[in-house]
Design a protein around this ligand. Structure first.
Ligand code: PRT
Ligand code: ZN
Length: 286
């Protein structure tokens, strides 16, 4: 039997869909049927384990799985000996402290001696220690946001994404303890052949990430401003320039980074570029 790399992903929950999607977009197909513990990939030597996210760091540390996809918040809470090999750009959230909306709050020193409910006692206690604040940490496993309302705590420390859960429970965010996203973790002592497979996988993931951050753009440009337009568009090596059948105009193609995108479009328009088309890129290999 061919040797396989073993990856652990969340069985169900917020990271499940995106973890499966990223592998599929890397060309790795598998049956992700319900109630399955594991699946064999069809076109990559990979075995996929479906687990609870909380268990993934331990499985990777022990080498039961070689790699795994997990929220950085879970990883830091579990404090296991694994390494982060890539940040995946999904599952973004922050771990924040929140207090009742009506309470006046100026600084973290006001939490001295107070009760804070959280499912992240490890991360929170390290954070408070750094801030030189002594508080009573109450560990609860779910529905943390109701703790102040029922008199269990004065503040909470929980994951936030849109902020609507805090809002609905009459709470306001006061400190960001951690910014988190899904990360790829790996066992620290992978065999050479496993490292080779991991590198292959990361190469594909990076092609996806790069593509997601870039757009392919095409436009008609007046030849009079062609040089200035080309200077704005670095492209992969340099932009493609093709003559239009109408004299004095060219078609220019290039790749533009999302962060600079709107600024560049403005400048292109000012230089007389017309018919600008922007197209998503599926994969980008440099
Ligand atoms: O069953 P299993 O143990 O595997 O899953 P789980 O229930 O422990 O985790 P799950 O699926 O809820 O979340 C998995 C991971 O998704 C987390 O560890 C984070 O890394 C990431 N993530 C991203 C989030 C959120 N955003 C998020 N908003 N995890 C939880 N939330 C919760 C938060 O706890 C709060 O209850 O959503 C609520 C707040 O959301 P907003 O949008 O109202 O602010
Ligand atoms: Zn969990």
């Amino acid at each position: 039997m061919k040797q396989k790399l073993k990856i652990a992903i969340q069985k169900s929950g917020r990271l499940n869909d995106d973890s499966i999607r990223i592998l599929k977009e890397c060309g790795i197909g598998f049956n992700d049927g319900m109630n399955k513990l594991k699946a064999e990939a069809m076109n990559f030597p990979l075995e996929v384990f479906f687990l609870r996210d909380d268990d993934i760091p331990q499985y990777v540390e022990d080498g039961v799985a070689d790699i795994g996809i997990v929220g950085e918040n879970v990883l830091l809470e579990k404090n296991k000996d694994v390494k982060i090999v890539d940040r995946l750009g999904f599952g973004k959230c922050r771990l924040s402290i929140a207090v009742p909306k009506g309470r006046k709050y100026k600084s973290i020193t006001e939490l001295e001696g107070q009760r804070i409910a959280t499912s992240y006692p490890g991360i929170l206690s390290r954070f408070l220690k750094k801030q030189k604040v002594n508080a009573e940490i109450h560990e609860i496993s779910g529905s943390v946001e109701i703790a102040p309302g029922i008199g269990l705590a004065d503040a909470i420390c929980d994951l936030v994404s849109s902020g609507s859960t805090l809002f609905m429970n009459g709470l306001k965010e006061t400190e960001v303890v951690l910014k988190s996203e899904a990360v790829m973790i790996a066992n620290t002592q992978l065999a050479e052949w496993k490292t080779v497979l991991l590198e292959k996988l990361l190469f594909r993931i990076n092609a996806l990430k790069r593509a997601g951050n870039n757009k392919y753009i095409l436009m008609n440009a007046p030849d009079t401003n062609l040089e200035k337009i080309i200077k704005l568009l670095p492209g992969m090596r340099s932009p493609t320039v093709l003559p239009l059948s109408e004299e004095g105009w060219s078609s220019v193609h290039s790749v533009v980074n999302e962060n600079e995108f709107w600024e560049i479009i403005e400048q292109l328009k000012n230089l007389g570029a017309e018919g600008i088309l922007v197209i998503p890129i599926e994969k980008m290999i440099v």
